[in-house]
Design a protein around this ligand. Structure first.
Ligand code: CA
Length: 488
Protein backbone atom coordinates (compact mmCIF):
# COMPACT_ATOMS: atom_id res chain seq x y z
CA UNK A 1 0.00 0.00 0.00
CA UNK A 2 1.27 3.45 -0.87
CA UNK A 3 0.36 6.60 0.98
CA UNK A 4 -0.13 10.05 -0.43
CA UNK A 5 2.40 12.65 0.69
CA UNK A 6 -0.07 14.27 3.07
CA UNK A 7 -1.09 10.94 4.60
CA UNK A 8 2.56 10.12 5.06
CA UNK A 9 3.14 13.48 6.76
CA UNK A 10 0.20 12.88 9.05
CA UNK A 11 1.52 9.44 10.00
CA UNK A 12 4.92 11.01 10.66
CA UNK A 13 3.34 13.71 12.84
CA UNK A 14 1.39 11.09 14.79
CA UNK A 15 4.51 9.14 15.45
CA UNK A 16 6.34 12.37 16.47
CA UNK A 17 3.51 13.05 18.90
CA UNK A 18 3.70 9.57 20.39
CA UNK A 19 7.44 9.39 20.62
CA UNK A 20 8.26 12.90 21.80
CA UNK A 21 10.35 12.40 24.93
CA UNK A 22 9.04 12.90 28.43
CA UNK A 23 10.86 15.37 30.66
CA UNK A 24 11.39 14.78 34.37
CA UNK A 25 13.06 17.87 35.83
CA UNK A 26 14.19 17.21 39.39
CA UNK A 27 15.28 20.40 41.12
CA UNK A 28 16.17 20.58 44.77
CA UNK A 29 16.98 23.62 46.87
CA UNK A 30 20.57 24.43 47.89
CA UNK A 31 22.17 21.04 47.14
CA UNK A 32 25.84 21.64 46.41
CA UNK A 33 27.50 19.20 44.01
CA UNK A 34 30.27 18.49 46.52
CA UNK A 35 27.63 16.61 48.55
CA UNK A 36 26.96 14.09 45.74
CA UNK A 37 29.12 11.01 45.37
CA UNK A 38 28.98 11.19 41.55
CA UNK A 39 30.83 14.52 41.92
CA UNK A 40 33.42 12.97 44.23
CA UNK A 41 31.91 14.00 47.57
CA UNK A 42 34.18 13.28 50.53
CA UNK A 43 31.29 13.50 52.97
CA UNK A 44 28.37 11.34 51.74
CA UNK A 45 27.03 8.77 49.30
CA UNK A 46 24.08 9.38 46.97
CA UNK A 47 23.55 6.03 45.19
CA UNK A 48 20.25 6.91 43.52
CA UNK A 49 21.42 10.28 42.23
CA UNK A 50 24.54 8.53 41.00
CA UNK A 51 22.32 6.25 38.91
CA UNK A 52 21.38 9.25 36.79
CA UNK A 53 25.03 10.17 36.27
CA UNK A 54 26.16 6.56 35.72
CA UNK A 55 23.43 5.96 33.15
CA UNK A 56 23.83 9.42 31.62
CA UNK A 57 26.04 12.52 31.63
CA UNK A 58 27.56 14.62 34.42
CA UNK A 59 28.16 18.30 33.71
CA UNK A 60 31.20 19.54 35.64
CA UNK A 61 30.87 23.25 34.89
CA UNK A 62 27.22 24.16 35.28
CA UNK A 63 26.80 27.64 36.82
CA UNK A 64 23.93 29.83 37.94
CA UNK A 65 23.71 33.46 36.84
CA UNK A 66 22.56 34.63 40.33
CA UNK A 67 23.09 32.31 43.30
CA UNK A 68 19.82 32.73 45.14
CA UNK A 69 16.54 30.78 45.04
CA UNK A 70 13.83 32.93 43.43
CA UNK A 71 16.00 34.57 40.74
CA UNK A 72 17.59 31.27 39.66
CA UNK A 73 14.17 29.64 39.37
CA UNK A 74 12.93 32.51 37.18
CA UNK A 75 16.04 32.22 34.98
CA UNK A 76 15.39 28.49 34.54
CA UNK A 77 11.70 28.89 33.64
CA UNK A 78 12.11 31.86 31.29
CA UNK A 79 15.58 31.26 29.81
CA UNK A 80 16.47 34.88 30.59
CA UNK A 81 18.81 36.77 32.93
CA UNK A 82 17.34 38.47 35.99
CA UNK A 83 17.69 42.05 34.71
CA UNK A 84 15.41 40.91 31.85
CA UNK A 85 12.82 38.86 33.80
CA UNK A 86 13.08 41.40 36.66
CA UNK A 87 13.25 38.70 39.33
CA UNK A 88 16.44 40.10 40.85
CA UNK A 89 15.92 39.28 44.55
CA UNK A 90 13.85 37.09 46.88
CA UNK A 91 11.31 39.93 47.09
CA UNK A 92 10.61 40.33 43.37
CA UNK A 93 7.93 37.80 42.37
CA UNK A 94 7.82 36.56 38.79
CA UNK A 95 5.38 38.22 36.40
CA UNK A 96 3.01 35.44 35.38
CA UNK A 97 2.62 36.80 31.87
CA UNK A 98 6.27 35.96 31.01
CA UNK A 99 6.83 33.20 28.49
CA UNK A 100 8.16 29.99 30.10
CA UNK A 101 9.15 26.56 28.82
CA UNK A 102 6.25 24.77 30.63
CA UNK A 103 3.74 27.08 28.89
CA UNK A 104 5.22 26.30 25.49
CA UNK A 105 5.34 22.55 26.18
CA UNK A 106 1.75 22.57 27.42
CA UNK A 107 0.57 24.46 24.31
CA UNK A 108 2.26 21.86 22.12
CA UNK A 109 0.40 18.95 23.71
CA UNK A 110 2.59 18.01 26.65
CA UNK A 111 0.97 17.14 29.99
CA UNK A 112 2.63 19.43 32.52
CA UNK A 113 2.77 19.58 36.32
CA UNK A 114 4.82 21.03 39.16
CA UNK A 115 4.92 19.69 42.71
CA UNK A 116 6.86 21.09 45.65
CA UNK A 117 8.84 24.29 45.95
CA UNK A 118 7.77 27.18 43.73
CA UNK A 119 8.95 30.30 45.57
CA UNK A 120 8.17 32.76 42.79
CA UNK A 121 5.53 34.64 44.76
CA UNK A 122 2.21 33.59 46.28
CA UNK A 123 -1.36 34.78 45.83
CA UNK A 124 -3.60 34.46 42.79
CA UNK A 125 -1.37 36.62 40.58
CA UNK A 126 1.77 34.54 41.24
CA UNK A 127 0.56 30.94 41.33
CA UNK A 128 2.06 28.53 38.78
CA UNK A 129 0.85 28.91 35.19
CA UNK A 130 1.47 26.61 32.25
CA UNK A 131 0.66 23.50 34.28
CA UNK A 132 -2.25 21.05 33.99
CA UNK A 133 -1.83 20.32 37.68
CA UNK A 134 0.21 21.69 40.57
CA UNK A 135 0.60 21.70 44.34
CA UNK A 136 3.22 24.01 45.80
CA UNK A 137 4.55 25.01 49.19
CA UNK A 138 3.68 28.55 50.28
CA UNK A 139 7.01 30.44 50.32
CA UNK A 140 9.77 28.24 51.77
CA UNK A 141 7.31 25.72 53.22
CA UNK A 142 7.82 23.41 56.19
CA UNK A 143 9.66 20.09 56.50
CA UNK A 144 7.06 18.41 58.74
CA UNK A 145 3.29 18.43 58.11
CA UNK A 146 3.57 21.27 55.59
CA UNK A 147 0.80 23.32 54.04
CA UNK A 148 0.46 23.02 50.27
CA UNK A 149 -1.48 25.22 47.88
CA UNK A 150 -3.36 22.99 45.45
CA UNK A 151 -4.42 24.09 41.99
CA UNK A 152 -7.82 25.76 42.06
CA UNK A 153 -9.63 29.01 41.33
CA UNK A 154 -8.48 32.30 42.92
CA UNK A 155 -4.91 31.19 43.52
CA UNK A 156 -5.65 27.66 44.71
CA UNK A 157 -6.67 26.00 47.96
CA UNK A 158 -4.36 25.85 50.97
CA UNK A 159 -4.39 22.74 53.11
CA UNK A 160 -2.07 20.98 55.59
CA UNK A 161 -0.78 17.56 54.60
CA UNK A 162 0.57 15.18 57.24
CA UNK A 163 3.99 13.71 56.64
CA UNK A 164 7.56 14.62 55.67
CA UNK A 165 7.87 17.12 52.86
CA UNK A 166 10.28 15.13 50.65
CA UNK A 167 8.08 12.02 50.82
CA UNK A 168 4.92 14.04 50.17
CA UNK A 169 6.27 15.80 47.07
CA UNK A 170 7.35 12.42 45.72
CA UNK A 171 3.94 10.85 46.45
CA UNK A 172 2.17 13.70 44.62
CA UNK A 173 4.53 13.34 41.65
CA UNK A 174 4.04 9.56 41.43
CA UNK A 175 0.25 9.89 41.79
CA UNK A 176 0.21 12.37 38.91
CA UNK A 177 2.37 10.12 36.73
CA UNK A 178 0.06 7.20 37.51
CA UNK A 179 -3.08 9.03 36.28
CA UNK A 180 -1.47 10.57 33.18
CA UNK A 181 -2.67 10.06 29.61
CA UNK A 182 -0.22 7.50 28.24
CA UNK A 183 -0.76 8.71 24.69
CA UNK A 184 0.81 12.09 25.31
CA UNK A 185 4.28 13.05 26.55
CA UNK A 186 4.69 14.64 29.98
CA UNK A 187 6.87 17.30 31.55
CA UNK A 188 7.01 17.00 35.33
CA UNK A 189 8.77 19.56 37.53
CA UNK A 190 9.55 17.60 40.70
CA UNK A 191 10.84 20.34 43.00
CA UNK A 192 12.07 19.55 46.49
CA UNK A 193 12.23 22.01 49.35
CA UNK A 194 15.12 20.03 50.84
CA UNK A 195 17.97 20.51 51.64
CA UNK A 196 17.19 24.20 52.33
CA UNK A 197 17.92 25.70 55.75
CA UNK A 198 16.94 24.74 58.51
CA UNK A 199 17.87 21.16 57.49
CA UNK A 200 15.27 19.14 59.42
CA UNK A 201 15.64 15.37 58.86
CA UNK A 202 12.84 12.83 59.04
CA UNK A 203 12.86 10.02 61.61
CA UNK A 204 14.05 7.47 59.08
CA UNK A 205 17.36 9.30 58.51
CA UNK A 206 17.85 11.04 61.86
CA UNK A 207 20.22 8.32 63.08
CA UNK A 208 22.67 8.65 60.16
CA UNK A 209 26.23 9.87 60.95
CA UNK A 210 25.51 9.86 64.71
CA UNK A 211 28.90 8.61 65.81
CA UNK A 212 30.86 9.73 62.79
CA UNK A 213 33.20 12.64 62.25
CA UNK A 214 32.47 14.33 58.91
CA UNK A 215 35.66 15.55 57.15
CA UNK A 216 36.08 19.34 57.35
CA UNK A 217 36.48 21.41 54.19
CA UNK A 218 39.96 22.84 53.46
CA UNK A 219 38.75 26.39 54.04
CA UNK A 220 36.66 25.92 57.21
CA UNK A 221 38.92 28.31 59.12
CA UNK A 222 39.18 30.98 56.45
CA UNK A 223 40.10 34.34 58.02
CA UNK A 224 38.95 36.39 54.97
CA UNK A 225 42.30 38.12 54.50
CA UNK A 226 43.69 38.90 51.01
CA UNK A 227 40.28 39.69 49.57
CA UNK A 228 37.87 42.62 49.19
CA UNK A 229 35.98 43.53 52.36
CA UNK A 230 32.82 41.65 51.30
CA UNK A 231 34.02 38.22 52.49
CA UNK A 232 34.72 39.36 56.02
CA UNK A 233 31.51 41.39 56.19
CA UNK A 234 29.22 38.46 55.31
CA UNK A 235 27.18 37.19 58.26
CA UNK A 236 26.86 33.55 57.27
CA UNK A 237 29.59 31.91 59.31
CA UNK A 238 28.94 28.41 60.58
CA UNK A 239 28.46 28.74 64.34
CA UNK A 240 28.60 32.42 65.17
CA UNK A 241 25.87 33.37 62.68
CA UNK A 242 23.57 30.41 63.36
CA UNK A 243 20.69 30.06 65.81
CA UNK A 244 19.17 27.24 67.85
CA UNK A 245 16.77 26.48 64.98
CA UNK A 246 19.79 25.72 62.78
CA UNK A 247 21.68 23.59 65.30
CA UNK A 248 18.69 22.14 67.20
CA UNK A 249 20.30 22.82 70.56
CA UNK A 250 21.53 25.65 72.73
CA UNK A 251 24.83 27.21 71.67
CA UNK A 252 27.60 27.40 74.25
CA UNK A 253 28.89 30.93 74.75
CA UNK A 254 32.17 29.76 76.28
CA UNK A 255 33.69 28.60 72.97
CA UNK A 256 36.03 30.72 70.83
CA UNK A 257 34.77 31.50 67.31
CA UNK A 258 37.03 28.76 65.88
CA UNK A 259 35.95 26.14 68.43
CA UNK A 260 32.34 27.06 67.84
CA UNK A 261 32.82 26.80 64.07
CA UNK A 262 34.32 23.31 64.35
CA UNK A 263 31.54 22.05 66.64
CA UNK A 264 28.69 23.70 64.72
CA UNK A 265 30.01 22.37 61.39
CA UNK A 266 29.44 18.80 62.58
CA UNK A 267 25.90 19.60 63.78
CA UNK A 268 25.03 21.49 60.60
CA UNK A 269 26.54 19.19 58.00
CA UNK A 270 25.08 16.02 59.52
CA UNK A 271 21.55 17.41 59.32
CA UNK A 272 22.20 18.68 55.79
CA UNK A 273 23.35 15.21 54.71
CA UNK A 274 20.45 13.44 56.47
CA UNK A 275 18.00 15.60 54.56
CA UNK A 276 19.83 14.72 51.33
CA UNK A 277 19.67 10.99 52.16
CA UNK A 278 15.87 11.31 52.09
CA UNK A 279 16.02 13.05 48.69
CA UNK A 280 18.24 10.25 47.41
CA UNK A 281 15.76 7.55 48.58
CA UNK A 282 12.83 9.39 47.05
CA UNK A 283 14.52 10.02 43.71
CA UNK A 284 15.22 6.27 43.71
CA UNK A 285 11.47 5.60 44.03
CA UNK A 286 10.77 7.77 40.99
CA UNK A 287 13.56 6.19 38.90
CA UNK A 288 12.18 2.74 39.82
CA UNK A 289 8.73 3.86 38.69
CA UNK A 290 10.11 4.94 35.30
CA UNK A 291 11.79 1.52 34.95
CA UNK A 292 8.62 -0.38 35.91
CA UNK A 293 6.51 1.61 33.46
CA UNK A 294 8.98 1.19 30.59
CA UNK A 295 9.51 4.96 30.50
CA UNK A 296 13.26 5.09 31.09
CA UNK A 297 14.35 5.03 27.48
CA UNK A 298 12.15 7.87 26.29
CA UNK A 299 12.43 10.18 29.31
CA UNK A 300 14.97 12.95 29.78
CA UNK A 301 15.76 12.97 33.50
CA UNK A 302 17.62 15.95 34.99
CA UNK A 303 18.82 16.39 38.56
CA UNK A 304 19.92 19.87 39.57
CA UNK A 305 19.69 22.48 42.32
CA UNK A 306 18.76 26.17 42.02
CA UNK A 307 22.36 27.01 42.98
CA UNK A 308 25.22 25.61 45.05
CA UNK A 309 25.89 26.06 48.76
CA UNK A 310 28.77 26.60 51.17
CA UNK A 311 29.25 23.40 53.18
CA UNK A 312 31.53 25.02 55.72
CA UNK A 313 33.68 26.21 52.80
CA UNK A 314 35.18 29.61 53.76
CA UNK A 315 33.64 28.93 57.17
CA UNK A 316 30.18 29.57 55.69
CA UNK A 317 26.74 28.17 55.02
CA UNK A 318 24.30 29.82 52.52
CA UNK A 319 25.20 30.98 48.95
CA UNK A 320 24.88 34.40 47.11
CA UNK A 321 28.61 34.90 46.43
CA UNK A 322 30.12 34.28 43.01
CA UNK A 323 32.65 31.97 44.69
CA UNK A 324 32.82 28.45 43.29
CA UNK A 325 30.82 26.52 45.90
CA UNK A 326 27.70 28.65 45.47
CA UNK A 327 28.10 29.48 41.75
CA UNK A 328 28.35 25.82 40.75
CA UNK A 329 25.14 23.83 40.21
CA UNK A 330 24.97 20.05 40.14
CA UNK A 331 23.61 19.02 36.73
CA UNK A 332 23.32 15.39 35.73
CA UNK A 333 21.05 14.05 33.05
CA UNK A 334 19.97 10.73 31.63
CA UNK A 335 18.53 10.26 28.16
CA UNK A 336 19.49 6.82 26.89
CA UNK A 337 18.37 7.55 23.32
CA UNK A 338 21.05 10.14 22.87
CA UNK A 339 23.45 10.29 25.82
CA UNK A 340 26.27 7.86 26.40
CA UNK A 341 26.14 6.21 29.83
CA UNK A 342 28.81 7.33 32.28
CA UNK A 343 29.90 10.34 30.22
CA UNK A 344 31.01 13.75 31.49
CA UNK A 345 31.12 17.23 30.00
CA UNK A 346 33.36 20.17 30.93
CA UNK A 347 31.73 22.90 28.85
CA UNK A 348 30.15 25.88 30.60
CA UNK A 349 26.44 25.32 31.01
CA UNK A 350 24.20 28.01 32.59
CA UNK A 351 20.77 27.91 34.23
CA UNK A 352 19.41 30.03 31.33
CA UNK A 353 20.31 27.16 28.96
CA UNK A 354 17.86 24.68 30.50
CA UNK A 355 14.70 26.09 28.86
CA UNK A 356 16.22 25.99 25.33
CA UNK A 357 17.22 22.34 25.93
CA UNK A 358 13.71 21.30 26.97
CA UNK A 359 12.11 23.05 24.00
CA UNK A 360 14.58 21.52 21.56
CA UNK A 361 14.11 18.03 23.02
CA UNK A 362 10.35 18.48 22.51
CA UNK A 363 10.93 19.51 18.88
CA UNK A 364 9.81 23.09 19.51
CA UNK A 365 11.43 26.31 18.29
CA UNK A 366 13.27 28.43 20.88
CA UNK A 367 11.77 31.94 21.14
CA UNK A 368 14.05 34.78 20.04
CA UNK A 369 13.96 36.45 23.44
CA UNK A 370 15.23 33.39 25.30
CA UNK A 371 18.84 34.26 26.13
CA UNK A 372 20.30 30.85 26.94
CA UNK A 373 22.15 28.72 24.39
CA UNK A 374 20.79 25.35 23.35
CA UNK A 375 23.10 22.69 24.84
CA UNK A 376 21.60 19.80 22.85
CA UNK A 377 24.82 19.08 20.89
CA UNK A 378 26.68 18.70 24.22
CA UNK A 379 24.45 15.73 25.02
CA UNK A 380 25.84 13.95 21.97
CA UNK A 381 29.40 14.82 22.97
CA UNK A 382 29.67 17.51 20.28
CA UNK A 383 30.81 20.92 21.51
CA UNK A 384 29.96 23.67 18.98
CA UNK A 385 33.11 25.61 18.03
CA UNK A 386 31.51 28.86 19.21
CA UNK A 387 30.30 27.54 22.58
CA UNK A 388 30.84 30.08 25.41
CA UNK A 389 34.17 30.20 27.23
CA UNK A 390 33.10 32.86 29.75
CA UNK A 391 29.99 33.54 31.81
CA UNK A 392 28.32 36.58 33.37
CA UNK A 393 27.03 36.64 36.94
CA UNK A 394 25.15 39.19 39.04
CA UNK A 395 23.96 39.15 42.65
CA UNK A 396 21.55 42.03 43.31
CA UNK A 397 20.19 41.59 46.82
CA UNK A 398 22.66 43.96 48.50
CA UNK A 399 23.23 43.22 52.21
CA UNK A 400 19.87 41.52 52.80
CA UNK A 401 19.75 38.53 55.19
CA UNK A 402 23.50 37.77 55.28
CA UNK A 403 25.16 41.11 54.54
CA UNK A 404 26.55 39.99 51.16
CA UNK A 405 27.39 43.00 48.99
CA UNK A 406 25.85 43.31 45.53
CA UNK A 407 28.32 42.26 42.83
CA UNK A 408 28.77 41.23 39.24
CA UNK A 409 31.58 39.41 37.52
CA UNK A 410 32.96 37.14 34.87
CA UNK A 411 34.29 33.59 35.10
CA UNK A 412 36.44 32.10 32.41
CA UNK A 413 38.02 28.66 32.49
CA UNK A 414 41.00 29.99 34.45
CA UNK A 415 40.03 33.33 36.00
CA UNK A 416 37.28 34.99 37.96
CA UNK A 417 36.94 38.77 38.16
CA UNK A 418 34.38 40.10 40.66
CA UNK A 419 33.21 43.71 41.06
CA UNK A 420 31.49 44.51 44.36
CA UNK A 421 29.56 47.63 43.44
CA UNK A 422 27.87 47.40 46.86
CA UNK A 423 24.79 49.47 46.10
CA UNK A 424 21.06 48.67 46.45
CA UNK A 425 20.11 50.33 43.12
CA UNK A 426 16.55 50.44 44.47
CA UNK A 427 16.08 46.67 44.23
CA UNK A 428 13.19 45.37 46.34
CA UNK A 429 14.49 43.60 49.43
CA UNK A 430 18.04 44.98 49.13
CA UNK A 431 19.32 47.27 51.88
CA UNK A 432 19.97 50.91 51.05
CA UNK A 433 23.51 51.45 52.31
CA UNK A 434 26.25 52.07 49.75
CA UNK A 435 29.99 51.36 49.99
CA UNK A 436 32.99 52.17 47.84
CA UNK A 437 33.25 49.50 45.08
CA UNK A 438 36.04 46.88 45.21
CA UNK A 439 37.44 44.31 42.79
CA UNK A 440 38.72 40.77 43.23
CA UNK A 441 40.60 38.58 40.79
CA UNK A 442 41.23 34.88 41.31
CA UNK A 443 43.56 32.67 39.32
CA UNK A 444 41.64 29.42 39.71
CA UNK A 445 44.58 27.36 38.46
CA UNK A 446 46.90 28.70 41.16
CA UNK A 447 44.25 29.29 43.82
CA UNK A 448 41.27 26.95 43.36
CA UNK A 449 39.86 27.78 46.81
CA UNK A 450 39.80 31.54 46.07
CA UNK A 451 41.73 32.61 49.15
CA UNK A 452 44.01 35.18 47.58
CA UNK A 453 42.80 37.93 45.27
CA UNK A 454 45.55 38.94 42.82
CA UNK A 455 43.67 42.00 41.54
CA UNK A 456 46.42 44.37 42.79
CA UNK A 457 49.31 42.11 41.74
CA UNK A 458 51.10 43.86 38.84
CA UNK A 459 51.84 40.46 37.25
CA UNK A 460 48.11 40.23 36.51
CA UNK A 461 47.61 43.80 35.24
CA UNK A 462 47.16 42.72 31.64
CA UNK A 463 44.77 39.92 32.60
CA UNK A 464 42.72 42.41 34.63
CA UNK A 465 42.31 44.77 31.71
CA UNK A 466 41.43 41.94 29.31
CA UNK A 467 38.88 40.49 31.71
CA UNK A 468 37.30 43.89 32.37
CA UNK A 469 36.83 44.39 28.65
CA UNK A 470 35.33 40.90 28.32
CA UNK A 471 33.08 41.44 31.35
CA UNK A 472 31.69 44.68 29.92
CA UNK A 473 31.23 43.03 26.56
CA UNK A 474 29.30 40.08 28.06
CA UNK A 475 27.26 42.50 30.14
CA UNK A 476 26.29 44.49 27.07
CA UNK A 477 25.56 41.30 25.12
CA UNK A 478 22.95 40.16 27.66
CA UNK A 479 21.59 43.71 27.89
CA UNK A 480 22.60 44.51 31.47
CA UNK A 481 23.76 47.92 32.70
CA UNK A 482 27.23 48.77 33.94
CA UNK A 483 27.51 50.38 37.39
CA UNK A 484 28.14 54.14 37.20
CA UNK A 485 31.56 53.94 38.90
CA UNK A 486 32.72 51.07 36.66
CA UNK A 487 33.37 53.30 33.66
CA UNK A 488 37.17 53.66 33.52
CA1 CA B 1 18.06 27.79 46.74
Amino acid sequence: MTMTDSASDAAHNDSMQNTRPNILFIMVDDHASHAMSCYGSRINQTPNLDRIANEGMRFDNCFCTNAICTPSRAAILTGTYNHVNEVTTLDTPMDNSLQTFPKLLQASGYQTAVFGKWHLGTGPEHCPTGFDDWAVLPGQGLYHNPDFIFKGPDGGTRRTVKGYVTDLITDMSLDWLEQRDEDRPFCLLYHHKAPHRSWEPDEKHAHLYLNEHIPEPETLFDDYSNRASAAEAATMRVGVHMGTADLKCEISSSLSEQELRRWAYQRYIKDYLRVIASIDDNVGRVLDYLDEQGLTKNTLVIYTSDQGFFLGDHGWYDKRFMYEESLRMPFILRYPKEVEAGSANEDMLLNVDFAPLFLDIAGLPIPENFQGDNPRPLLRGETPSDWRTAMYYRYWMHKADHNVYAHYGIRTKRYKLIYYYADTLAQMGAIDETYEPEWELFDLEQDPFELNSVYDDSAYAEIVSELKAELHCLQAEVGDTRYEKDMD
